[in-house]
Write a protein that binds this ligand. Structure first.
Ligand code: PLP
Length: 466
């Protein structure tokens, strides 16, 4: 069976669909040149700034006749020039580290394979790989034999899936979800999507370290029980978004067991620390959760998106999401991917996660995690200053602001300082937290050296005196 070759006769000879009959040298050239451009872009990262100063506006609409190789590469170049540059050593604002090289290659292969994780017959090997990799994560985190998981396009979706599963398990339509005041906004979205009223998400106080207050949780749960109200789930956070605080997972798990309530841990930021034994104590108690969100995209450099929901008992996913998928053959393996999660058609995001982890190895994972914590410790020490208030939740995030208790001062200072730092090649973020604006540094960028941190601390202190 041979394919027609004359549908698109003259687009620099680059066929829109690669020939199934021969290796196409023009496609090879196209991919080589596109990857060359990417390598140039990454390799020149430290010459520019984390955020581009120009924002080119490529033509949006397709032309009538379509484009050939040269013009397509020019279009791509324009997009690169306007892109955020995560490989710049001063890119320290968010949980968006530089991409792992193996993940870049895997993403390209993923696009070329164009498999669909919806169903086994559309992704036989990759469906299997996903289940096996989730299982590996579960084992590493200390979950029991019947555990397993599913990949999702981001932590927001993983949290939503976790809460839907919790509600199915509770066999209730309505009820409340408890989390800390500092839990991620995605829980608000999950609650909305689930059709829960605004007041169903109860945000409880945190202690001075930014961790969910156990006394608050305990008394709220007793109150709910007395009032006969259903608690669908407690959500603990392992790594809060602004300060990287880890809720007391072990104690929360004990309360949840006592009250027979589902424990979901949003470990989008902190979960990966469980993969490296010397740092696993940071996540103590995580293995007792019923469901766990982990986002390897946030620190390990797996290209976006890379998130997963892990279940203590994987069969809960099927109970919550299986439809019978009537237009597919039954799977030979466990379940179709589309039957154990919210998403239907889904790319094989497992590929870049799997290959990225294979590239790093366990020791490489450890090195990424350890070095991020070391950078945080160093910057924290450099910033110790009576004029600054520092927030450190124990992971690789650090937030700070002027000590004066005047929100107008912190708003003005953080805005000015952020602008100045950006000019010097340091991109920090400026979250609002506890009634103030803060500057936040995420120290997950492996290209940030001690010299960069010393320069950053110097510039920050200079802003305090100006
Ligand atoms: C603690 C936490 N959970 C969940 C999320 C949502 O993850 P995503 O942006 O991948 O949807 C974030 C994002 O920053 C987060 O910090």
């Amino acid at each position: 069976m041979h394919a027609s070759t004359d549908l698109w006769p003259d687009l620099d000879c680059l066929d829109p669909f690669a020939s199934p009959d021969r290796v196409d040298p023009v496609l090879q050239e196209f991919l080589h040149r596109a990857s060359d451009q990417l390598c140039q872009w990454i390799g020149a990262a430290s010459e520019g700034l984390p955020l581009p100063t120009v924002r080119p506006q490529p033509e949006v609409a397709p032309t009538a006749a379509g484009l050939g190789m040269d013009q397509l590469l020019k279009d791509l170049q324009l997009v690169m020039e306007g892109a955020y540059q995560p490989s710049h050593p001063g890119a320290l604002a968010h949980l968006d580290p530089p991409p792992l090289t193996a993940s870049i290659a895997a993403d390209l292969i993923c696009a070329g394979l164009n498999n669909n994780l919806l169903a086994e017959e559309l992704s036989p090997g990759l469906s299997d790989l996903e289940q096996r990799l989730c299982k590996w994560f579960c084992q590493r985190l200390g979950l029991p034999e019947q555990s397993g998981g599913v990949l999702a396009s981001g932590g927001t979706i993983s949290n939503l899936i976790g809460l839907v599963v919790a509600r199915t398990h509770a066999e209730a339509r309505d009820g409340v979800v408890l989390c800390s005041r500092d839990a991620h906004v995605s829980l608000q979205k999950a609650s909305t999507v689930m059709g829960l009223p605004d007041e169903a998400l109860l945000r409880l106080p945190v202690d001075s370290s930014g961790c969910l207050s156990l006394a608050g949780l305990d008394s709220t749960m007793s109150d709910l029980r007395r009032a006969g109200r259903c608690c669908l789930a407690v959500v603990a956070t392992a790594g809060t978004t602004v300060r990287g605080a880890v809720d007391p997972l072990d104690a929360i798990a004990r309360i949840c067991r006592r009250e027979e309530v589902w424990l979901h841990v949003d470990a989008a930021i902190g979960g990966v620390f469980s993969l490296w034994k010397p740092l696993a104590p940071l996540m103590e108690g995580l293995h007792q959760a019923d469901s766990i969100t982990v986002n390897p995209q946030k620190l390990l450099g797996i290209t976006k998106t890379s998130s997963m929901l892990l279940l203590r008992d994987r069969s809960h996913l099927r109970k919550a999401f299986a439809t019978g998928l009537p237009y597919m053959e039954s799977p030979c393996g466990d379940d179709h991917g589309g039957e154990v999660g919210l998403q239907g058609t889904r790319p094989a995001e497992v590929l870049k996660l799997w290959l990225g982890l294979r590239q790093l190895g366990i020791e490489g994972i450890g090195a990424v995690l350890e070095s991020a914590l070391e950078r945080k410790a160093m910057l924290k020490q450099l910033l110790e200053d009576e004029r600054l208030l520092l927030l450190d939740g124990g992971l690789h995030l650090l937030a700070f602001r002027p000590r004066q208790d005047d929100p107008a001062v912190s708003a003005r200072w953080t805005e000015q300082a952020r602008r100045q730092l950006m000019r010097q090649g340091f991109l920090l973020s400026r979250p609002r937290y506890d009634g103030h604006h803060w500057l936040k540094v995420v120290l997950g960028n492996p290209h940030t050296t001690s010299a960069h941190l010393m320069q950053l601390a110097f510039l920050i202190k200079q802003q305090l005196t100006d």
